[in-house]
Design a protein around this ligand. Structure first.
Ligand code: PLP
Length: 408
């Protein structure tokens, strides 16, 4: 019997996704094929172990699926080794830490307010409780990574690992320079490219693969795949890394998700995906321009990637929390976010983070992003319910012209 209780909730969420303008920088709309693989019979299969070395029988076909995903990941990112089993980005990061660190080891990780992720050493996260993470911040003027300062800090702190990569950083990251710093400080380098993986796949952002000992990623952000993680590493770490994922920290791999990862990697290798990423970058520039012209302060003065950070507190005296709520009421979904040296608590924040990956998947181009930026500015400046309601009607009218069926 169909579970109407649950399916009616899913239908409501589908409706929300269709109607709203989705600007959460870590979200995307996956293809029908990615969803098909995730909802496939592969979900029924146990396959502890790795292709050719499983602890269960009947793995002949999931072996083939996992091998194909592995090969596609290696080809797309030109890497020596990959583990496609981590269930999430956080677990991908945990797998690397378990491979090279002992509890208490010192690690340099980007401060959360500067754009880093929870798993880069936040005190409430396993990373911050198990290891001695020392945060690095961005330059107070440029709000960009200060590589000279980072080098000085690395030589002082003597970490065993430097973790680079971020959740809320809109500038190109210089992986070559980070490698030089890691070499000078005689430590490992891990790059968490979760946010920019799609850009790296098409060459729109330099690849960390040639420089880092380990590269972790999620598959569900700009890469536009299923929710999940992957870890790339140099051959020398392959065996240990694999053993830390299984049996180290996971049981049976999610073979339906692994197959969906394979499909997303196939899609990301197609010429249309490069066009898609190029359009994402153009659309972000439209938002940057619109907000700047309206007098808003953009963190670091702009963006080189798929997201921008708007300092709403400095610009219009509104917290990120209030801005998120107002925009939500107008059918525009984004998230509050701390900005470098934020004076507000993480649940309040001074900024909002806006990304173009999801709506570009739905077909939004410069024209639509110009319109949405105008609406956001109007909503934030007016700060009242009537404006939100009036804009919401227009948002619904616009999104209805970009049916999710094309992708969903
Ligand atoms: N790393 C970065 C840079 C992220 O932004 C995120 C998620 O937002 C993660 C890791 C964690 O991914 P997950 O939510 O799949 O654990």
């Amino acid at each position: 019997m169909r579970d109407q209780g649950m399916f009616s909730i899913i239908e409501k969420e589908e409706q929300r996704q269709k109607q709203n303008v989705e600007l959460i920088a870590s979200e995307n709309f996956v293809s029908k094929e990615v969803r098909e693989a995730q909802g496939s019979v592969l979900t029924n299969k146990y396959a502890e172990g790795y292709p050719g070395k499983r602890y269960y029988g009947g793995c002949i076909h999931v072996d083939e699926a996992e091998r194909l995903t592995i090969q596609r990941a290696l080809d797309l990112f030109k890497a020596e080794h990959v583990n496609v089993q981590p269930h999430s980005g956080s677990q991908a990061n945990m797998a690397v830490y378990n491979t090279i660190l002992n509890p208490g080891d010192t690690v340099l990780g980007m401060d959360l307010a500067a754009g880093g992720h929870l798993t880069h050493g936040h005190p409430l996260n396993f990373s911050g409780t198990l290891y001695n993470f020392v945060p690095y911040v961005v330059n107070a003027q440029s709000e960009c990574i200060d590589y000279d300062l980072l080098e000085k800090q690395a030589l002082e702190v003597k970490p065993k690992l430097i973790v680079a990569g971020a959740s809320a950083y809109s500038r190109i990251i210089d992986f070559k320079r980070l490698r030089e710093i890691a070499d000078k400080a005689s430590c490992y380098l891990m790059v968490d490219m979760a946010h920019i993986a799609g850009l790296v796949a098409t060459g729109a952002h330099p690849s960390p693969i040639p420089y880092a000992d380990f590269v972790t990623t999620t598959t569900h952000k700009t890469l536009r795949g299923p929710r999940g993680g992957m870890v790339f590493c140099k051959k020398e770490f392959a065996k240990k890394l694999d053993s830390k994922v299984f049996p180290g920290m996971q049981g049976g791999p999610l073979e339906h998700v692994i197959a969906a990862k394979g499909i997303c990697l196939y899609e990301a290798s197609q010429p249309e995906f490069k066009e898609y990423i190029d359009q994402v970058l153009k659309n972000v520039q439209v938002m940057v321009k619109g907000f700047k012209e309206a007098g808003f302060r953009i963190v670091s003065g702009g963006s080189d990637n798929h997201l921008l950070m708007v300092d709403v507190l400095d610009s219009i005296g509104m917290s990120g929390k209030e801005a998120e709520k107002l925009l939500d009421a107008a059918g525009i979904t984004c998230n509050k976010n701390t900005i470098p040296f934020d004076t507000q608590k993480p649940f309040v924040t001074s900024g909002i983070r806006l990304g173009a990956a999801a709506m570009t998947s739905r077909g939004f181009k410069e024209k639509e992003f110009e319109q949405v930026t105008e609406w956001m500015i109007e909503v934030l400046k007016a700060n009242n319910e009537q404006t939100c309601a009036a804009i919401k009607e227009q948002v619904v009218a616009l999104t209805s012209q970009f049916p999710t069926e094309a992708i969903l």
